[in-house]
Design a protein around this ligand. Structure first.
Ligand SMILES: Cc1cc2nc3c(=O)[nH]c(=O)nc-3n(C[C@H](O)[C@H](O)[C@H](O)COP(=O)(O)OP(=O)(O)OC[C@H]3O[C@@H](n4cnc5c(N)ncnc54)[C@H](O)[C@@H]3O)c2cc1C
Length: 359
């Protein structure tokens, strides 16, 4: 049976998200369920009972279908299939990549954005705009002793394997609400913050700019940090920026994603100047984006306060956009994606992301 998913917009968002950011997981699922020799796989369509996959074997494109093992939202089910496949292939489910940092300095660079200057315990082997760390919202007593562990040591131990098998079994037994809660509990005290700049002779000094607001967990943590504190990140993430070198790019950034955009602009290599829509709740955060940070000819549109309606109206005035890139609140991200799908289907790539969730 292939029953269409009711909410087509969510379905398209999920397909786009999985194909952009979870190709390793889709590949693992395809290798386990369709063909072990698959070298690349993408989701083509999702139905209530399963997903259609386009995959490559021996340089030939093929089509396949994988049934979902239980009913639920597509993203949850695909996540389950991915973890199950990776576990069966003995791969680490969690691509954790820890970094330890000492806080060298903290200062407010706008009224609400704190800049942490951090010294990494090891050189950061990345020269990449849009590189972020998922920080644990805690302070450590001291730096751990260096180990010689590398990525290949992330093979699952026997006990980890049993533990993950138990979690996956539990996952199938829960209802959708409880599954969501279980996943949320894993990242409750973790937050992604972007490396605004990586510097120093050893590539070990990092600026991280954190938007603080009210009494949120991330804000309290950032505000509590002092020179000499030791902190850690458990994972890292690379935004895909390689596609920004040609075509007309529209950046849409709020206080949380503007550090990514400025990091990208520092490595700008596109002959066509971009458009930047800079969103902020307060006027003062607009100072973060300086005209001098932008390539010549950049059009900057500043929207302040409750900007959602104004943003959607502004999009109607912008034509001939090739690529959209940036980060905004999750629901706003869905609305903007829907707008482009319905009104400007000629854009080549929409890489706008949900950077945070309104509750
Ligand atoms: C890849 C990536 C990179 C990121 N890089 C950065 C970065 O460099 N700098 C940065 O500041 N953030 C960045 N973020 C976003 C950051 O992780 C979120 O701001 C964070 O998840 C919000 O955490 P919090 O603890 O402040 O609030 P939460 O605990 O998530 O929420 C608490 C309350 O605050 C509200 N809230 C949350 N965020 C905001 C907001 N931005 N404005 C208004 N209200 C809000 C929520 O509605 C909720 O009521 C990034 C996110 C991603 C996915």
């Amino acid at each position: 049976m292939k029953t269409p998913v009711k909410d087509q917009d969510s379905k398209l968002d999920i397909i786009e998200h999985l194909n952009q950011d979870h190709q390793d997981e889709i590949l693992a699922i395809t290798q386990l369920h369709i063909d072990a020799n698959t070298t690349k796989a993408l989701i083509k369509n999702i139905y209530q009972e399963g997903g259609e996959i386009t995959y490559i074997v021996d340089n030939q494109e093929k089509q396949g279908y994988i049934e979902f093992p239980f009913s639920g939202e597509a993203e949850e089910t695909i996540l389950y299939l991915a973890y199950d496949a990776m576990l069966k292939q003995g791969k680490a489910l969690d691509k954790s990549n820890k970094h330890y940092f000492e806080v060298v300095d903290t200062s407010f660079i706008t009224d609400n954005i704190i800049r942490l200057t951090l010294k990494s315990s090891q050189p950061i082997l990345q020269d990449y705009a849009g590189y972020s760390f998922q920080f644990a919202l805690q302070k450590l007593k001291k730096l751990p002793k260096p180990t010689n562990k590398t990525q290949k040591d992330h093979k699952l131990s026997f006990f980890n394997k049993i533990f993950y098998q138990f979690l996956l079994w539990l996952y199938t037994k829960l209802n959708s609400d409880k599954r969501k809660k279980m996943m949320a509990s894993f990242s409750k005290n973790l937050r992604f913050y972007t490396a605004r700049k990586i510097m120093g002779d050893n590539n070990d000094i990092v600026w991280v700019d954190i938007y603080t607001h009210n009494e949120s967990a991330g804000s309290l943590w950032a505000n509590s940090l002092k020179k000499g504190d030791i902190i850690k990140s458990v994972r890292d993430h690379k935004e895909k920026t390689s596609n920004l070198d040609s075509g007309k790019v529209l950046f849409i950034a709020d206080e949380t994603s503007i550090p990514t955009i400025i990091a990208v602009l520092e490595k700008w290599n596109n002959p066509i100047a971009p458009i930047i829509i800079n969103l902020s709740y307060y006027q003062c955060e607009q100072n973060y984006l300086n005209k001098n940070d932008c390539p010549e000819g950049t059009q900057i549109i500043r929207l302040i306060g409750e900007y959602e309606q104004e943003l959607l109206k502004t999009l109607e005035t912008l034509k001939e956009i090739d690529i959209v890139f940036g980060g905004v609140e999750n629901k706003l991200n869905q609305k903007v994606k829907k707008y482009f799908r319905e009104h400007q289907s000629n854009i080549k790539q929409n890489r706008l992301k949900g950077y945070w969730k309104k509750s």
